[in-house]
Design a protein around this ligand. Structure first.
Ligand code: ATP
Ligand code: NCN
Length: 210
C-alpha cells in the first residue's frame, strides 16, 4: 500500500479553508522569490474578477524549468507570506504534499473535492505564451476559467500563441472580467492595466530596478 504524505506538513502545505460559493483565484508559481509584480497581479485580479479569495500555489517545481538550486518550499512559502498583507490571499504548498507535478492534477483535485467553489486560474502573459507546452493544457482550459494578466514585453507572444488561437472562441471582453468566475469553462480574459517589469530572475541576478 502506498501511503500518501499528510496534507499538512509543518504548517506550510495545507489547503486553505474556503466556503461553498466562494470565487477563488488560483495563482501558481515558483515564487523564487515572490515580488511586487506578483502582488500587482493578485491585487488587480482580486478586484477585477471580484474574487473572494486567492490561493497562491507555491509549486514544488515548474516541470518546464530546471529546478536545480530552487530554494525549499518552506523558504518560498515563508517569504511569500511575509510579503503579503491582504487577508484574502492564502499561500499554500499543498501540491507538494499531494505529490502533484502538473497543474492539471491540481485543477482536477480541487474541482473534484471542492465542487461548489468557483475557481479561476491566474497567470501572467508570459505563461500564456508557453501554455500549449503544459501537460494536458486543453483539459485545464476545459475545467476552469483563466485570467491572463499583461506583463511588459509579453503581450505579442502571448496573444499570438497556440493556446490563444485554440481558445479564441472562448475569450471574453475585458469589460466582462467580473463575469469570468461564474462562467463555465472554457472561458478566458486578457487583462491589461498597471504593469510591473519585475521578475524573480532579475532579483536573483541582482539586476532588478527599484
Ligand atoms: N511582473 C509580472 N507581471 C505579470 N505577471 C507576472 C510578473 N511576474 C511574474 N508573473 C506571473 O506570475 C506567475 C509566477 O511567476 P514566477 O514565480 O515564475 O515569477 P517570474 O518573475 O516570472 O520568475 P522568473 O524570472 O524566475 O521566471 C506566472 O504566471 C508569471 O507569468
Ligand atoms: O503542468 C504543467 O505542465 C506546467 C508547466 C509549466 C508551468 N506550470 C505551472 O505554472 C505556474 C507558474 O510557474 P512559474 O515557474 O512560471 O512560476 C506554476 O504553478 C507551475 O506549476 C505547469
Amino acid at each position: 500500500m502506498t501511503l500518501r504524505p499528510p496534507l499538512r506538513i509543518a504548517g506550510i502545505t495545507e489547503l486553505p479553508p474556503s466556503a461553498p460559493g466562494m470565487r477563488i483565484g488560483l495563482f501558481g508559481g515558483s515564487f523564487n522569490p515572490m515580488h511586487e509584480g506578483h502582488l500587482l497581479v493578485m491585487a488587480e485580479t482580486l478586484r477585477r474578477l471580484r474574487l473572494d479569495r486567492l490561493f497562491v500555489l507555491v509549486t514544488p517545481g515548474n516541470p518546464l524549468k530546471d529546478n536545480a538550486g530552487l530554494p525549499s518550499l518552506a523558504e518560498r512559502v515563508g517569504a511569500a507570506r511575509a510579503l503579503i498583507g491582504d487577508p484574502r490571499i492564502k499561500v499554500t504548498g499543498f501540491e507538494a504534499a499531494r505529490g502533484f507535478t502538473y497543474t492539471w492534477q491540481t485543477i482536477d483535485f480541487l474541482t473534484r473535492t471542492l465542487k461548489d467553489r468557483r475557481f479561476v486560474w491566474i497567470m501572467g502573459a508570459d505563461s500564456l505564451a508557453d501554455f500549449h507546452r503544459w501537460e494536458r493544457w486543453r483539459d485545464i482550459a476545459a475545467r476552469v476559467p483563466i485570467a491572463v494578466y499583461v506583463r511588459p514585453g509579453a503581450s505579442p507572444r502571448a496573444l499570438a500563441s497556440r493556446a490563444a488561437a485554440v481558445l479564441d472562441h472562448a475569450q471574453l471582453d475585458e469589460a466582462d472580467a467580473p463575469l469570468l468566475a461564474g462562467m463555465a469553462a472554457p472561458a478566458w480574459v486578457y487583462l491589461r492595466g498597471r504593469q510591473s517589469a519585475l521578475s524573480s530572475s532579475a532579483i536573483r541576478a541582482g539586476t532588478a530596478a527599484g
